[in-house]
Write a protein that binds this ligand. Structure first.
Ligand SMILES: [Zn+2]
Ligand SMILES: [Zn+2]
Length: 383
C-alpha cells in the first residue's frame, strides 16, 4: 500500500500546485451600499455569519444592503436577517454569479466565490477566485479586444507573473489584490474566446529571472520608440528591465500626443518647481525646440534639472518623452508614447503579434535574460 502511495502523490502534486485561489477586492474604488446578487451558473451555499442559510441556484436573486453597519439580506420572499458577513460558496468548481450595483446599469459576471462584509457603512466585497479565471478577466481589461493570440499569451503570462509577485500588496487588509489600476484592472469574468484560449494554453506560465525569482513584470501602453531603464524611472536597477529601441509601436494608437500651455502658465509651473530644487551647474542644453533624447530623464531649464517623471505627474502628461515648442505665447509639449515606459510595451507587442512573432519572442524582446517557466517549478518563496 505504501509503495503505491508515493507515485500517486507525485502524479497528483503538479495538479494540486496548478490550482491557486486568490482573494481580490472588487468594486474597490466605489462606495457601495446596496447590491443585487444572483448565481449565473451552478449552485452555491449561501452562508451568513458562518451558518448555512440555503443552497441556491440560478432561480435565486438576493438583495444585500447596509443598515446600521450590518448587512440586510433579502430574497424574493422577504428579509432573511441582518448579518456581519455573507458568503456564496460554490458547490463544485466553475460556478459563476452576477452582481448589480444599485446605481449602475451594467451587471458584472464573476467566477467562483464571494464574501461580503460591512466596513463603516459600505459593502466590502472579496472575490475568492481561481487564479486562471482572474487572469482571463485581467487580460480582457488590460489587453482589450481584437488582438493576436500571441499578444494575448504574452499578456496573460505577464498578468499572472504580476499577480503572483504582488500577493502581499494589501497585506493587513484581508485580501491579496484590488481590482483597480493600483494592482491590475479586473471587472469579472472574461468573455473573449481568444483570451480564454490564450490563458488556458499558457496555464501556470510565469516569467522568472536568472535566479528563478518572479520578475517585476512592468508593462504600459506605448513607449513611443524607446523603453527606459528601470533605474532611470524608479531608481532601482533590474537586470531584465533595460531600455530597448522599439519600432513596433511607432504607428500605433498612443504613439504621439500634444499638450498646450500658455507661456505664463508654463513659466509659473517651472518657477514653482525650480524654487523647490537646488541649482545644478550651467552645463546642459536649452530644451527649446530640441529633439527629445529618448532616454532623457531631466528637463534642463536655467541651470535646474527637473525630473521628467515629476513633470509628467504634475501636468498629467501621457509620458516623459516630449519636446517643448515655443511659438508666440503658446507652449506645445509634443510627446511620444503613453505610460512609464519601463518593460513591456503593449502596443509594440500587439504589432509584433500581428507580424507573426511568438509570445516567447515578444517577451524576450522587452525583458532581458528571462526564462518563461511554470510557477510550480520555482522555489516556493519565489511567489
Ligand atoms: Zn491594489
Ligand atoms: Zn514601444
Amino acid at each position: 500500500m505504501k509503495k503505491l502511495l508515493l507515485p500517486v502523490l507525485f502524479i497528483l502534486l503538479p495538479f494540486y500546485l496548478f490550482s491557486i485561489n486568490i482573494s481580490v477586492r472588487i468594486y474597490e474604488s466605489d462606495s457601495i451600499k446596496n447590491i443585487l446578487l444572483a448565481p449565473q451558473s451552478g449552485s452555491y451555499l449561501l452562508i451568513a455569519d458562518g451558518k448555512l442559510i440555503d443552497t441556491i441556484t440560478t432561480a435565486n436573486v438576493f438583495e444585500i444592503k447596509d443598515k446600521d453597519s450590518l448587512l440586510v439580506l433579502r430574497s424574493l420572499k422577504g428579509e432573511l436577517g441582518k448579518f456581519n458577513s455573507i458568503q456564496l460558496k460554490e458547490c463544485r468548481p466553475d460556478c459563476s454569479f452576477n452582481i448589480k450595483i444599485s446605481l449602475e446599469r451594467t451587471i458584472r459576471l464573476y467566477n467562483d466565490n464571494i464574501q461580503i462584509s460591512n466596513t463603516g457603512g459600505y459593502l466590502k466585497m472579496i472575490n475568492m477566485v481561481e487564479l486562471e479565471h482572474y487572469i482571463a478577466g485581467v487580460v480582457e481589461c488590460e489587453g482589450g479586444y481584437n488582438k493576436s493570440t500571441e499578444f494575448y499569451k504574452a499578456q496573460a503570462i505577464i498578468c499572472r507573473t504580476y499577480a503572483l509577485n504582488n500577493l502581499a500588496k494589501h497585506l493587513g487588509e484581508y485580501y491579496e489584490l484590488c481590482d483597480a489600476v493600483h494592482c491590475q484592472v479586473y471587472k469579472g469574468m472574461g468573455d473573449i474566446p481568444a483570451i480564454t484560449e490564450a490563458v488556458e494554453s499558457t496555464k501556470g506560465l510565469v516569467i522568472a529571472d536568472s535566479l528563478k525569482h518572479l520578475i517585476d513584470a512592468a508593462y504600459f501602453s506605448n513607449c513611443g520608440g524607446y523603453t527606459l531603464n528601470s533605474e532611470d524611472v524608479w531608481g532601482r536597477r533590474f537586470s531584465y528591465l533595460h531600455a530597448v529601441k522599439d519600432t513596433f509601436c511607432m504607428n500605433q494608437l498612443h504613439a504621439r500626443w500634444e499638450k498646450l500651455f500658455t507661456l505664463p502658465d508654463w513659466n509659473n509651473y517651472l518657477d514653482k518647481k525650480e524654487s523647490a530644487l537646488t541649482k545644478t551647474d550651467t552645463r546642459g542644453e536649452a530644451y527649446w525646440d530640441s529633439i527629445p533624447e529618448e532616454k532623457r530623464v531631466y528637463l534642463y531649464d536655467k541651470g535646474y534639472l527637473i525630473p521628467l517623471k515629476d513633470i509628467r505627474m504634475d501636468l498629467n502628461l501621457h509620458s516623459t518623452y516630449f519636446k517643448v515648442i515655443k511659438k508666440d505665447n503658446v507652449i506645445t509639449l509634443r510627446g511620444r508614447g503613453n505610460g512609464h515606459r519601463v518593460g513591456f510595451c503593449q502596443e509594440g507587442a500587439m504589432r509584433m503579434g500581428q507580424l507573426g512573432y511568438t509570445y516567447l519572442q515578444i517577451l524576450n524582446f522587452y525583458y532581458q535574460g528571462i526564462q518563461v517557466t511554470n510557477y510550480s517549478a520555482l522555489p516556493l518563496q519565489a511567489y
